[in-house]
Design a protein around this ligand. Structure first.
Ligand code: PGA
Length: 257
């Protein structure tokens, strides 16, 4: 069974104290209204900056259904790579998930499909769940290349995996033109792409696995539009940027299934 998931990508925001306060406030809301009592019984994942992970893990550990992941990891497990952080290190501090291939990593840090495949592999080898991000640029959508772009991203970085490992992956579809712009994909555009992704998985791994993979939508998803998006058959939750930084908004999104 695919899970509903609401994940907060904090990006490079919050000091440690602010991050702790944010996580604590969301966790308090969840303690008052447990995830199991919320429609859709969603899982929640925080993706804080690296510097906050250990402290946020301590806060989240006390609340059932709340997990903590990193926004990135490196493509090998150790060595002379100054400034990088490995999946092994993330696992050792209690992280359970890692974002791979966020469009900001692809765009500003030139991470390509091959490097992302290696990061996915590192995550799996260290029992971390990779949340793999894919999505097209605006010109690619305008020229109707969006399906092809997303297909290539998924095929190149994920479809090398065997069934047993692929089953562990979460996918986030994030059209780049919708990230941080206030311009959300319409529920129909999101559904259409999510269905396309599920069909791709079906062709490669079969229906049972296709129906077990959570596919999240990301890109200006907020407390106002989450319900319409999450209502779509193949939208299993959201990867939330801006709106994950305000506890009341984020909690409202959690309650949008
Ligand atoms: P946004 O970011 O919700 O601020 O558009 C989403 C993301 O980048 O994951």
């Amino acid at each position: 069974m695919k899970k509903n998931i609401v994940a907060g990508n904090w990006k490079m925001n919050t000091t440690l104290e602010e991050g702790k306060a944010l996580a604590t406030s969301i966790c308090e809301l969840i303690i008052n209204k447990p995830l199991s009592a919320i429609s859709g019984n969603p899982e929640v994942i925080f993706f804080p900056p690296f510097t906050h992970l250990t402290e946020i893990v301590k806060i989240a550990k006390k609340v059932k259904g709340v997990y903590v992941g990193a926004q990135n990891c490196y493509s090998t497990d150790k060595g002379a790579y100054t400034g990088e952080v490995s999946a092994t290190m993330l696992k050792s501090i209690g992280a359970t998930h890692v974002l791979v291939g966020h469009s900001e990593r692809r765009q500003y840090f030139k991470e390509d499909d091959q490097a992302l495949a290696a990061k996915v592999s590192q995550a799996i080898d260290n029992s971390l769940i990779p949340v793999f991000c894919c999505g097209e640029l605006l010109p690619e959508r305008k020229s109707e290349q969006h399906f092809n772009v997303v297909k290539q991203q998924i095929v190149k970085s994920l479809f090398w995996m065997d069934e047993a490992d692929f089953k562990k992956v979460v996918i986030a579809y994030e059209p780049v033109w919708a990230i941080g712009t206030g311009e959300t994909a319409s529920p129909q555009q999101a559904q259409e792409m999510h269905e396309f992704i599920r069909n791709l998985i079906n062709e490669k791994y079969g229906m049972e696995i296709a129906n077990s993979i959570s596919i999240l939508y990301g890109g200006s998803c907020n407390a106002q539009n989450a319900k319409e998006l999450f209502k779509q058959t193949d939208v299993d939750g959201g990867l939330i940027g801006g709106a994950s930084l305000k506890s009341s908004d984020f909690f409202q999104i959690i309650c949008s299934f």
